[in-house]
Design a binder for this molecule. Structure first.
Ligand SMILES: [Zn+2]
Length: 275
């Protein structure tokens, strides 16, 4: 009897608990036993995102910001706006990213007034780019690293300049001499090409469903905004433009507005295709 009541209880209430680290993405896939329809969405604290809904599964990617400080509760809302019995809880794991302390000339840390304005405008523009990701997924296979070369700086490293000015490296740096061809990490649409203060000549590709990848410090850009590119299509050549001391590729990954560790997207996206 007790077992029966318990089974009835879990059949009407579905809650999944998933651990996630700061700056990471997780792929989830839950069985659609309650006939949830497409157009349903998760609301996670303030944020909303749309999972893929098929007759059998509800699936998608969830990311935690580098700066996230607590667990995140998500509730599934159906297409007509009513709360369902499906929820997901992301348990935050604190990640200890390495930290380095540097002493540099003040002028290298403190931006001029005009640079500050430029950086502010670029930040606003990028947030818009990230926000208008296509509602359907454009990928047909998992993500790969754009290059197979040595990773010279991993995601998440904190740099503390002159004891108090902190920056975080929210991307992955790959070794690349100037002029190396840079392939796209997956299929998608080019949604930004241009020169940015920090990342120099930059290409951003939208892969749909809130997932975008960024390629920075390029010496040349060989794609145009609006262009559809296949996985490994050459989007430009490596360089040292922007705030960079030597040629390399800075690869950024954005999921639902969070700059996350691309290594976790490469791993998690395999789950979506090989299950
Ligand atoms: Zn970098």
């Amino acid at each position: 009897m007790f077992k029966l009541i318990f089974l009835l209880f879990i059949s009407s209430l579905y809650s999944k608990t998933i651990p996630i680290g700061q700056g990471q993405v997780k792929y989830f896939n839950i069985e659609n036993t309650q006939n949830i329809k497409s157009g349903s969405y998760f609301i996670c604290d303030q944020k909303v995102f749309f999972p893929e809904v098929s007759a059998r599964f509800i699936s998608g990617y969830f990311s935690a910001s580098y700066f996230e400080s607590s667990d995140i509760a998500c509730q599934l809302i159906d297409q007509s706006g009513d709360a369902t019995n499906i929820s997901m809880n992301f348990l935050l794991k604190k990640v200890k990213y390495p930290r380095e302390f540097l002493k540099v000339n003040k002028s290298k840390v403190n931006l001029s007034k005009s640079d500050l304005i430029r950086v502010g405008n670029e930040k606003e523009n990028l947030e818009l780019v990230y926000q208008f990701s296509e509602s359907t997924s454009l990928i047909k296979e998992p993500f790969s690293y754009p290059l197979k070369s040595k990773i010279t700086s991993r995601y998440g490293k904190q740099r503390v300049f002159n004891k108090n000015h902190k920056t975080q490296h929210l991307g992955t740096d790959f070794r690349a001499h100037k002029g190396k061809s840079i392939p796209a990490a997956n299929q998608g649409r080019v949604v930004f090409t241009g020169n940015l203060f920090y990342s120099g000549n930059t290409v951003i590709i939208d892969h749909g469903k809130g997932i975008l990848t960024l390629y920075g410090h390029l010496s040349e850009i060989s794609v145009e905004q609006g262009q559809l590119v296949r996985k490994f299509h050459i989007i430009g050549k490596s360089g040292s433009t922007g705030r960079s001391t030597a040629p390399h590729l800075h690869w950024g990954v954005i999921v639902h507005g969070n700059m996350i560790d691309g290594e976790t997207l490469v791993q998690e996206s395999k789950k979506a295709f090989y299950r």
